[in-house]
Every structure is written in C-alpha cells, then in structure tokens.
Design a protein around this ligand. Sequence first.
Ligand code: GRF
Length: 214
Amino acid sequence: MLTLGVLASGSGSNFQAIIDGIDSGYLNARIAVLITDNPGAFALERAKDHNIEALVLRPRDFTDKDSYYSHIAGELKKRGVDLVVLAGFMRVVGKGLIDQFRDKIMNIHPALLPSFPGLHGQKQAADYGVKISGCTVHFVDEGMDTGPIIIQAAVPAYHDDTEDSLGARILKQEHRIYPYAIRLYSEGRLSINGRKVIIKGDREDSVIINPPVI
Ligand code: GRF
C-alpha cells in the first residue's frame, strides 16, 4: 500500500478528496502525515477529523529555506512516505525536499499548464479571456509549476467568469483528477521520459474531459 505525505496551506479540499478516495476504497493508500506551514489552515481540522497526524512547520522557525525543506523531508522519511502530495501548499518547494523525493512529489495547479503558472491561475485565465481552462497534476521539479505533466482536465471558461466562478468549476475537476493521478502512481502506471509522463495502459487517460466518477 502506498504511503502518502500531504503538504497543504489552506482549506485542504484536495486533501479531503484524497481522504475520501481512500475511505471509499478507490485509492489503495494511507496518509501518514499532514504537514502545513499555516497554523490556521482548515486542513488541520480535516486531519483531526480523520485521525491523521499533523505537523505545523513554519519557515520562520528555521534558519533558511534549505534547513526548512530538509527537515520536512526528514519527517516524511521517518514515516515511510513513498509519495509527497502538495495540496494547495502555497510555496515553491526547496531543494532539500526535491532531492530526497526526486520524481516522488506531485502538485495540482488550477490552470492548464504551461499557461498561467504561479499564484491565482484561475484569475489569470479569467482575466486573459481564454475559452478553455482547467487543472493540471504534475511532478514537481525545481521550477515554478514546470515539472512533467501527469494529467489535465479541461473546463469551459465564459466571458463573464470571475476568479471565483471559474475557480469553482476547476476545483470540482481537481477533486477528481488528483485522486486519479495518485491511483495511477500507486498502480505503477506512471513513468517519466524527459518532459513526458507515460501512462501505461491507456493513451486516452492523459486528458480527462469527463474524468471517471469516484
Ligand atoms: C487549489 O486550487 C489548487 O489547485 C491550488 O491551491 C488550491 C488549494 O485548494 N494549488 P484546497 O486547499 O485543496 O481547497
């Protein structure tokens, strides 16, 4: 069974989708620990409700970025984490973590990368006037939302969309594709070849317009 470590900074609705995926048997995994940089994160409540160990680790309590991320890596290793899941973790992850979990960190981004990386992907897309937006699950490398893309889901974007209305449409898809990507990983169906992630078994799986119902 796959052991997950989740990093989240806020509401944690993606964290919840993963918990629900495990509870329903869709995902053959366990969550060993939730780590947050924000003592006020609602994700902490979700962890408590589901008896998941939670750690609050704030960068300001460490001397520098490297020691912060090395410490996080140590906490994850200690608990036998196989895959690190960034679920609304609002920081660019440092080398100390990436080096310890090379190709074993996933992130979800609320836009169709490589468009609109960084903060407020939903607002960037709505303001730009695109007709299609969506979300992307990708492996994490040193860049900002630049790692190899695992899976994307598309949603329509309308001329009168706001960050919130488009964001809500995108979030629904996030909750479907993130557990799905983790499931593909747990089944050993993902491999990385340069920039490309190969999904074993089904070419059509990489673009989910109508993701499988969980
Ligand atoms: C999501 O939109 C995710 O794509 C982005 O941050 C948001 C987190 O939402 N990285 P939640 O905390 O999972 O509800």
